[in-house]
Design a binder for this molecule. Structure first.
Ligand SMILES: Nc1ncnc2c1ncn2[C@@H]1O[C@H](COP(=O)(O)OP(=O)(O)O)[C@@H](O)[C@H]1O
Ligand SMILES: [Mg+2]
Length: 328
């Protein structure tokens, strides 16, 4: 029996999503193969196993053969837990410290994608400081913040996001100066780093990566959001949001997206798994990368497992592969 720790919950805004993902993962794990240790982190950062608070965390983790951190967002997807597991020399599923922290931070992801030549929406990097806000230029110098510096570079609509966020928390669409200002103030509640992006009128498509002996890219799926954009509610609360696999785009576009997904995964030094999200622009059919998620949603109806199911890898098989790869 493999002693597998499934760590879930966590301090991020995606706590509840993680709880749903972990429930699915645990349900679908082969109980003949794994001795499952369910380790829950509550919203305040306290750790529990079987409802009992863990006092000797190092001892508990050191006992495990492998860990699957089914955590999303800060404290789980950002390299921090990965760093702790590295220090304890416990194998774990997914990306290492660097890929996790780069993938979690939208501004730094964009800098890496830019270097890799992956097409993406143009952007302005804004930072909150003690005097208000500053615009960070290409050389990482702070410039005086003025709204027209953004509006001269980007057109409405724009998307404003806290650099470290997930599940669309803190993400707002801005269609005028007033909304832009409000959206920046809103994003600043979640992070001091703020990303303002050119809005793209496109279809949203996603590709899953499974990295073992070689890097496998799944087919491409499309998100049919029930709202104007794929907000938190559209993701989790509005049942009308749908996924279509494979996406109704050309064979050639699917191939291009799969190649770009692998490129993006390599560019952040990814390992294990990731879901890479794109836009296909209406009218031009141009492909833009949106983001990479190093620990994507893992419920049975989530895009990541569904994309592999579509190419013949069942949810349980996928879990086995991820765990095997982590232990290698
Ligand atoms: N540049 C953009 N153009 C158009 N829509 C966008 C853009 N950026 C984000 N969105 C919309 O906002 C959603 C959430 O943004 P995203 O960057 O994916 O954040 P998260 O990491 O929270 O998922 C996307 O799924 C998409 O619907
Ligand atoms: Mg997203």
């Amino acid at each position: 029996m493999i002693k597998l720790g499934v760590i879930y919950g966590g301090i991020s805004t995606e706590h509840d999503v993680s709880v749903m993902s972990a429930k699915s993962v645990i349900e679908n794990l082969d109980k003949e193969k794994y001795e499952i240790h369910e380790i829950y982190i509550n919203k305040y950062g306290k750790w529990f196993e079987n409802d009992e608070e863990i006092y000797n965390l190092i001892w508990v983790l050191k006992e495990l053969d492998v860990v699957f951190p089914v955590l999303h967002g800060l404290g789980g997807e950002d390299g921090t837990i990965q760093g702790m597991l590295e220090m304890l020399q416990v194998p774990y599923v997914g990306c290492g410290v660097l890929a996790s922290s780069v993938g979690m931070d939208k501004v730094y992801t964009k800098i890496v994608f830019e270097k890799a030549g992956i097409p993406q929406a143009t952007y302005v990097y804004v930072k909150k400081n003690k005097d208000g806000y500053a615009i960070i230029d290409e050389n990482f110098n702070e410039e005086e913040f003025k709204l027209d510096k953004i509006t001269s570079k980007l057109n409405f609509p724009m998307f404003v996001k806290p650099s470290n966020s997930g599940s669309s928390v803190g993400v707002k669409k801005a269609t005028c100066d007033t909304e832009l200002k409000a959206a920046i103030e809103n994003a600043a509640q979640y992070d001091t780093k703020i990303l303002v992006e050119q809005g793209i009128n496109g279809r949203e498509v996603e590709c899953a990566i499974l990295d073992g002996e070689q890097i496998l890219a799944s087919t491409v799926g499309e998100i049919m959001s029930a709202e104007d954009f794929y907000s938190f509610d559209a993701k989790y609360n509005i049942p009308e949001s749908k996924t279509v696999i494979p996406a109704d785009i050309s064979e050639q576009q699917i191939e291009e997206i799969r190649e770009l997904a692998v490129k993006a995964f390599k560019s952040i030094d990814g390992k294990g798994l990731s879901r890479v999200d794109f836009f296909v622009e209406k009218g031009t059919d141009k492909i833009y990368i949106n983001e990479i998620n190093t620990l994507p949603g893992f419920t049975k109806i989530s895009m990541y497992p569904k994309l592999f199911e579509a190419v013949g890898v069942s949810y349980s098989e996928l879990l086995d592969k991820l765990i095997q790869n982590a232990m290698k």
